[in-house]
Design a protein around this ligand. Structure first.
Ligand code: CP
Length: 301
């Protein structure tokens, strides 16, 4: 494949190759002293971020540097975007600078698809509006496989603000491709009507005992009309993961969150900091998975 615009760009063989390559790259570069590999020496990766990010931006930068690529970080804040420059003209500028890959985060759903028409290099979606965040789904799948040994047949419960979640959308598609069974749970106002290949429940307590993985989502109040949302206390009571709910999970089950978290709203500090939580592992795994994506897209040697 040339681009990673959405989870549907990957079939099961592509996705498994990325996860296996990430594992091998983690083995080669991990440990206490992080080693660099020369595989993308002379190649240029541009991080084009129109929306804020901590984890994704930093881990794409770390991933590209660990493969010895040159990295250009572009943030819309402080650039000519504030003077009205369009995405197309920004893309053509990057093209003129010889970008081999452009990693884009944008508030508009579909921006990576548009970008792919204007640049010769590979385009990687780092989150577009409420549409998709495919490398997050890959690092989540990697984390599940590392912790639980498999993906096929796992019961994965995705909880909360599914409506605004690009993470949920990519996970539903990728996990179906890899043979996991997904149930989305949340208040009816925060479950999209068109969610394909996932079961829907409005009762978190009913699905916990059969869940191998529970993925909590951030409540995205910044994308929300107040009428969608009951109240923080009511939401937390019905859909928050606290210690009592965690203890109703099977012994082997893990609790995930893509970050950033609203501690005390969708997840309690007791759960976020517990041994069942994979939140910090997800961040570490994100570097290996993004290395694998860049390596495979750019034909690293
Ligand atoms: N999970 C995630 O996308 O986090 P950032 O917004 O910090 O990149």
């Amino acid at each position: 494949i040339r681009h990673l615009r959405e989870a549907g760009d990957l079939d099961a063989a592509d996705a498994t190759l990325i996860l296996d390559t990430a594992r091998e790259l983690a083995r080669l570069t991990g440990g206490r002293e992080v080693k660099k590999l020369p595989t993308l020496r002379g190649r240029t990766v541009v991080n084009l971020f129109y929306e804020d990010s901590t984890r994704t931006r930093i881990s794409f930068e770390a991933a590209a540097k660990r493969l010895s690529a040159d990295v250009i970080n572009f943030s819309a804040k402080g650039s000519s975007v504030s003077k009205g420059e369009s995405l197309k003209d920004t893309a053509l500028t990057l093209q003129a600078m010889g970008a081999d890959a452009v990693v884009i985060r944008h508030g508009a759903s579909g921006a990576p698809h548009r970008l792919a028409n204007w640049v010769d290099g590979s385009v990687v979606n780092a989150g577009d509006g409420t549409h998709e965040h495919p490398t997050q789904a890959l690092l989540d799948a990697f984390t599940m496989r590392e912790r639980l040994g498999r993906l096929a047949g796992l019961n994965v419960t995705i909880v909360g603000d599914v409506l605004h979640s690009r993470v949920a959308r990519s996970n539903v598609v990728l996990l179906a491709t890899l043979g996991a069974k997904v149930t989305v749970v949340g208040p009816p106002t925060l479950i999209p009507p068109d969610i394909a290949s996932a079961a829907v429940s409005y009762d978190l307590d009913a699905v916990l005992p059969a869940s191998d993985v529970v993925m909590m989502l951030r409540v995205q109040t910044e994308r929300m009309n107040a009428s969608y949302f009951p109240s923080a206390r009511e939401y937390s009571r019905r859909y928050g993961m606290d210690g009592a709910r965690m203890r109703r999970l099977p012994e082997h089950a893990i609790v995930m969150h893509p970050g950033p978290m609203n501690r005390g709203m969708e997840i309690s500090p007791e759960v976020a900091d517990s041994p069942r939580s994979t939140i910090v592992e997800q961040v570490a795994n994100g570097v290996s998975v993004r290395m694998a994506v860049l390596y495979l897209l750019l034909g690293g040697k």
